[in-house]
Design a protein around this ligand. Structure first.
Ligand code: SAM
Length: 260
């Protein structure tokens, strides 16, 4: 058993339920030659399962865990980097490894869920699949479909790159210390075929602008745009021109952006 002073500032809620830990590891369909990046191994509960399947590279910010983790995994195929994941050059770190496919599996520190995913996307790290635990409400937003109140710009941004699925819920009682929120396991699988976007910069700006004030209509949010072009696409897709962004499928946003 690892002894530890839990640090709230690092989002430290360690999973205690062995069955759930095994279930998370089982979601990652990895082989011996694959590499799994884990962010925040904590006491190594999930790491223990992952290392039975594949090679593991784990980033942990809390130096207090260093000696215990290194001791616990001394004969195992795990490399630790004790540093802030957000400050690392991941591509440089990966040069030290030979592997077939790359995966991410993590019970994420919730205070930096979005920055972590943004980093993986913006640095173009070629990840086949992520299995991540996030706060339940965040999971609803990431996996929402249009027409739902949770559908937002981050939904579209992530769904542009990944097929996102809610796998299962994890109750707050499964952690120590107990957090104030429940959690959900998500799988994000790299899309086989990406959307046919002509100009990503235009597309992402359109998405950001469309959702700038969620309760407003698209027309109101896109005041600086040539709305006749937008209207044409809405009409073609049987959408009213007082539609809100939350009711517009990604495919229609793609069409609008390609027409601008
Ligand atoms: N994997 C463990 C488990 O499931 O029990 C711990 C998960 S805990 C929610 C999050 C972990 O991420 C903690 O160990 C914390 O110290 C670590 N962490 C927080 N911020 C980090 C960062 N910026 N870079 C790397 N690790 C971080």
């Amino acid at each position: 058993m690892i002894t530890h002073n839990f640090k709230k500032k690092f989002g430290q809620n360690f999973l205690q339920d062995k069955n759930i830990i095994k279930k998370i590891a089982a979601q990652a369909n990895t082989g011996k030659d694959d590499l799994i990046i884990e962010i925040g191994p904590g006491a190594g509960a999930l790491t223990e399962e992952l290392v039975e399947k594949s090679k593991v590279l784990a980033y942990e910010i809390d130096l207090e865990l260093k000696d215990q983790l290194e001791e616990k995994f001394k004969d195992k195929n795990v490399a630790f980097i004790f540093d802030d994941f957000l400050n690392r050059n991941i591509k440089e770190d990966l040069k030290n490894f030979q592997y077939d496919k790359l995966y991410f599996v993590a019970n994420l520190p919730y205070y930096i869920t979005t920055p972590i995913i943004n980093k993986i996307i913006s640095e173009k790290i070629d990840v086949k699949q992520m299995i991540i635990m996030v706060q339940k409400e965040v999971g609803e937003r990431f996996s929402a479909t249009y027409g739902s109140k949770d559908y937002s710009s981050i939904t579209i941004f992530l769904n542009y790159y990944y097929d996102i699925k809610k796998e299962f819920l994890v109750n707050r009682n499964s952690f120590y210390p107990r957090p104030n929120v429940d959690s959900v396991i998500l799988s994000l699988t790299k899309k086989e075929k990406k959307y046919d976007v002509k100009n990503e910069e235009v597309f992402f700006k359109l998405i950001k602008d469309s959702f700038v004030q969620k309760r407003k209509t698209l027309r109101n949010n896109l005041k600086s745009y040539d709305f006749t072009k937008v209207e044409e696409i809405l009409l073609k897709n049987n959408l009213p021109f007082d539609v809100r962004a939350e009711n517009i499928p990604i495919e229609v946003f793609v069409e609008i952006s390609n027409s601008l």
